[in-house]
Design a protein around this ligand. Structure first.
Ligand SMILES: Cc1ncc(COP(=O)(O)O)c(C=O)c1O
Length: 390
């Protein structure tokens, strides 16, 4: 099964395919205290173990949607070369990177803002917009960084469940917009589901809704999408004058998560909402800026990185399928699939094997989220699943 319809899945599956576990379902319901309640429909199980786990010493580190293939060799060399420039501020280098990004995105340089990771820009957007309250409309489940910060200011969150096909419910999101809405947040492909919203629908939604409200498009995983018409950035609409912010990151396909570089593209007047509160480029470091410049030019590496990710993704999907598991149709660097086991126990057993993954409850069903690592890490993961979920 390559696609998974949520309602169909919830109705019919897996007791048979995974040999479950009614007891485990019950245990989930009985242990709410160890769930990190992120949203009404999405909660995360936390690993609770008496011994401290060294998360960098895992045999397979598949828990943070990192990229095991990066940084590119050229980025590494550039970073090493620029260590001796660590006594200098990075403003000049930030300006050079902005020029490269503007060229890649096809927009003027005034449309680009850099941040130490796109999280930084998600959060700065939230702080800048929600100091005086208002509401934010997004899907549920969604990537929570911007939403959590908005709520820690004064925002109300209007959460609109994903459709039964795991896409954004765009008509329902439009209906949820009211006079107090300051931002519509869309993550495509979405985290934690890995699923996409068809680009045709998204494009016309963004085109019309941005006439009345600011839209934030988080495109962190865009490069991992299957080639085709759905692999479409909404930056094009910004070039046409639409009030949209698009965020991108060097953490995923570039494999530079620990080096912390991200950026947003938006109209200069929209960026001014943020830059009136925050001084641009002070959070950037010169080594990462040089690494990002080398990486953005290294198009062979980007292609290789996306290809290796797809190989791991295809392998895991094929193995899950052959074992009788369902999974969500991921277009990202992670896969979410339902498990019929208590999430805490599942995490504990996987970590004991040296395999780090995440476990969530989505719409009341337990899931494992596994990030794509090297092929040998994925083989360890599949062996682990066979052991733990057997
Ligand atoms: C959807 C999404 N957006 C943004 C981020 C933040 O990435 P970073 O701050 O490393 O750019 C992540 C990280 O996992 C993500 O999944």
């Amino acid at each position: 099964m390559t696609t998974l319809n949520r309602r169909h899945w919830l109705r019919t599956t897996t007791l048979a395919t995974t040999g479950l576990a009614l007891g485990a379902q019950k245990a989930i319901a009985e242990s709410p205290s160890i769930l990190n309640k992120a949203t009404p429909n999405f909660v995360e199980w936390e690993l609770q173990t008496p011994k401290k786990v060294d998360l960098y010493a895992l045999k397979a580190r598949l828990l943070a949607n990192e990229n095991p293939h990066g940084p590119s060799d050229k980025a590494r060399l550039s970073i090493m070369d620029s260590v001796s420039m660590g006594n200098r501020y990075g403003h000049g280098k930030a300006a050079e990177l902005i020029d490269l990004i503007a060229e890649k995105e096809g927009v003027p340089k005034e449309y680009i803002m850099l941040g130490p990771g796109s999280s930084d820009l998600l959060e700065k957007t939230a702080v800048s917009l929600y100091m005086k309250g208002g509401n934010i409309v997004s899907a549920d489940p969604a990537y929570m960084s911007l939403i959590k910060t908005a709520m820690s200011m004064k925002a109300d969150w209007k959460a609109v469940p994903l459709t039964s096909e795991w896409a954004h419910d765009l008509p329902a999101m439009e209906s949820a917009i009211d006079a107090n809405t300051k931002l519509v947040y869309i993550c495509n492909p979405n985290n934690p589901t890995g699923t996409i919203t068809p680009s045709k629908d998204l494009y016309s939604f963004c085109e019309s809704v941005s006439e009345k409200k600011l839209i934030f498009m988080d495109e962190a995983y865009l490069e991992f999408m299957e080639d085709g018409p759905d692999k479409l950035s909404m930056v094009d609409l910004i070039s046409k004058g639409k009030n949209i912010i698009v965020s991108r990151t060097f953490s995923k396909v570039h494999g530079m998560a620990g080096l912390r570089i991200g950026y947003i593209v938006a109209l200069p007047e929209t960026l001014a909402l943020i830059s009136k509160n925050y001084r641009g480029n002070m959070g950037m470091n010169i080594t990462s800026l040089n690494g990002a410049m080398a990486s953005i030019k290294d198009t062979d590496f980007i292609k290789k990185s996306a290809k290796l990710n797809k190989e791991s993704r295809d392998y895991v999907m094929a193995e899950l399928k052959s074992m009788g598991y369902s999974y969500l149709p991921s277009q990202t660097s992670f896969i979410l699939f339902p498990i019929e086991m208590n999430g805490k126990e599942f995490l504990s057993q996987m970590f004991d094997l040296g395999i780090g993954v995440r476990s969530f409850e989505v719409f009341g069903q337990g899931y494992c989220r596994v990030s794509m690592g090297t092929m040998s890490e994925m083989k360890l993961f599949i062996d682990g699943i066979k052991n733990v979920l057997a």
